[in-house]
Design a protein around this ligand. Structure first.
Ligand code: ZN
Length: 616
């Protein structure tokens, strides 16, 4: 018995030793699956693995988790965090919805309620990682209760990445990448960009830089798509059609995408959207010259498009706007040159099209119907587009429009040293008038023809040609009546009937008149409604019908500011003019109309007042 008891005692000790070794070995190496029945830590591992990965942990993993949980090296949520970042978990290829379902079931013991589900779906879809869900859910009473049940430490996630901290910001980065780069950001980009913006990087200038970046330009997005992209990032939505039309209009008028971005950035919706996200909106500073004067840029684009048939390049616009800032007179000249170029004019098939384009470009709008009508009359009867354009450019409305664009149209006049106004009364008469015009033409010399109203329609071509050569048509009564012998009303009728005839032919109403015989009195003065142009040199060409006499009268007496009286009825006058014109030019005179004479001498002529010469 004693021996047996001894043996039994030995055996007992032996078994105890074996068990101790086994437990010790298990402690160090493999916490066997044949663990103690009531091991809650092991149960938790099983629960977590089954819930999240649909399997049991293999021995090695099991041991790892078991002892780390036991020793407090890890927490419940720490373990879940690692499981959800494991290769096995990624192999599940769960949808965001499934991820939430799986983790909600595991961490709270029930499916997520609808609000929670929607919230985290939005987060996940926005680029927030699942860790945000784990972090938030670890704080819930449900998770705390489950952990208590298994006697594991719930723990918390303290090292959230910047992308997981502000869902709106992460969403912004997601949208920014999708819209601007056409791809999702990689994880490092997420954190980098979220950190940028969290640290105060301004959104609008950042987007402008992106638009200029190779990755963006490489995508070759259309303007419309670029506007949509900018709007999606900046306003959190695509443009409504009216906004888009407005922005496309800005681009169409020659402004840059940076300018469009600056417009979106100044939208109050943009500012409030940024403040909701917690990102600095910033402002866009335009740097290109064309963006600094949108009115001028838009005008130049219209001008090019209408008159050259092509849009200006950004470089051309920048250079024009830049030079306008430096010397606006040069820009005005360039504009006038472009408008006056016969090749450009020829692009318009009809006069109506031409007029519409000129008005649109010069005034930015349609002018008064009576102006249009007058120019149409001109063009219809053979007045050239060049001549009509000259009138349009002299209109104060043109100067007003140019000044809106920052173009100073006050051009210093090149005032000739000596000027003389040759005037011809009582015509037209083709045989003579045409010779006079022939004599003037080679020198671009101008004269004034005081026509008799009832002759106008018989000598249309003379008058139209005179207008096209830059000559002025004055009013010399309807039928050559001496005005001092008739009533005030009759004076008005004489003058108006002649003026109507000239207007109906040329579209230009005479603004100066010459009384027949130079005779006037107070009644005439009060009723002519125009300055009365008399003369300072009377050639008496009608009396002598002698070319030499006319030539000598003019060349022996002429002075700066003279008004010379002749009549375009006599061949001898035409012959004289053929000598007089080159002789005056040689002598340094510029041959001008009455209007030009007054302009050069800075004289504002008054209606009803008689002018014998205009010397200033
Ligand atoms: Zn006369």
């Amino acid at each position: 018995m004693k021996a047996l008891a001894k043996a039994a005692g030995f055996f007992f000790r032996f078994v105890c030793m074996i068990l101790t070794i086994a437990v010790f070995a298990g402690t160090c190496l493999v916490p066997s699956k044949s663990r103690a029945k009531e091991d809650l830590t092991a149960d938790f591992i099983d629960y977590a693995y089954n819930s999240i990965l649909n399997k049991e942990a293999d021995g090695e993993r099991f041991g790892f988790w078991y002892w780390n949980l036991k020793d407090g090296n890890t927490t419940a949520v720490g373990m879940i965090d690692m499981l959800t970042q494991s290769y096995e978990f990624s192999q599940k290829e769960y949808t965001h919805e499934q991820e939430i379902d799986v983790l909600s079931q595991m961490m709270t013991g029930k499916p997520a309620d609808e609000n929670t589900r929607q919230k985290y779906l939005y987060y996940l879809d926005s680029g927030i990682s699942l860790r945000r869900y784990l972090s938030d859910t670890a704080e819930t009473p449900e998770f705390q209760a489950i952990c208590a049940q298994y006697q594991v430490t719930p723990g918390s996630i303290t090292d959230l990445d910047s992308r997981d901290k502000n869902p709106e910001l992460t969403n912004l980065v997601t949208v920014l990448f999708e819209q601007m780069y056409g791809r999702a950001p990689v994880k490092e980009e997420y954190n980098l960009w979220c950190t940028y913006f969290a640290d105060g990087k301004e959104l609008a200038p950042t987007l402008v830089d992106i638009v200029k970046s190779p990755e963006f330009t490489g995508r070759a997005l259309s303007d419309e798509a670029t506007i949509d992209a900018l709007s999606s990032v900046m306003l959190g939505r695509t443009c409504d059609p009216a906004e888009k039309e407005n922005y496309l209009g800005l681009l169409d008028s020659g402004l840059s995408m940076t300018y469009v971005a600056s417009q979106i950035a100044s939208d109050s919706n943009y500012i409030s959207n940024c403040s909701a996200i917690g990102v600095a909106p910033g402002t866009v500073t335009v740097t290109e010259a064309r963006d600094m004067n949108p009115e001028l840029t838009s005008f130049l684009t219209r001008l090019y498009t209408q008159f050259l048939g092509n849009r200006p390049s950004a470089e051309e616009l920048n250079s024009y706007v830049q030079s306008t800032l430096e010397d606006s007179g040069k820009t005005r000249d360039a504009i006038v040159d472009m408008l006056s170029d016969p090749d450009n004019m020829a692009l318009f098939a009809t006069d109506d099209e031409y007029l519409n384009a000129v008005f649109e470009v010069c005034y930015g709008q349609s002018p008064a119907p009576e102006k249009i009508e007058a120019y149409k009359i001109s063009l219809r009867n053979g007045v050239t587009r060049e001549r009509v354009l000259e009138s349009i450019l002299k209109d104060p409305a043109f100067d007003a429009k140019m000044s809106e664009y920052g173009i100073d149209t006050h051009v210093e006049k090149n005032v000739p040293e000596k000027v003389v106004a040759l005037t011809f009364d009582d015509g037209p008469y083709t045989d003579v008038t045409m010779r006079i015009l022939d004599a003037l033409e080679p020198y671009d010399a101008h004269a004034t023809f005081f026509v008799v109203g009832n002759r106008v329609n018989n000598y249309k071509e003379c008058i139209v040609r005179a207008v096209n050569q830059g000559c002025q048509i004055g009013d010399h009564t309807w039928n050559h009546t001496t005005l001092t012998r008739i009533s005030g009303d009759a004076v008005s009728t004489q003058i108006n009937d002649c003026a109507d005839a000239v207007y109906n032919l040329t579209g230009i109403r005479p603004v100066v008149m010459r009384p027949v015989g130079g005779s006037y009195n107070s009644t005439v003065s009060a009723n002519v409604g125009m300055p009365m142009i008399i003369w300072s040199i009377d050639t008496n060409d009608w009396k002598y019908k002698d070319s030499d006499h006319v030539i000598n009268e003019v060349l022996n007496n002429v002075r700066d500011g003279d008004i010379v009286l002749m009549h375009d009825l006599y061949e001898t006058t035409a012959t004289a003019v053929e000598t007089i014109v080159p002789a005056l030019i040689d002598a340094g005179f510029t041959l001008v109309t009455i209007d030009e004479l007054a302009e050069y001498k800075n004289v504002q002529m008054e209606n009803g007042k008689a002018y014998f010469s205009i010397r200033g």
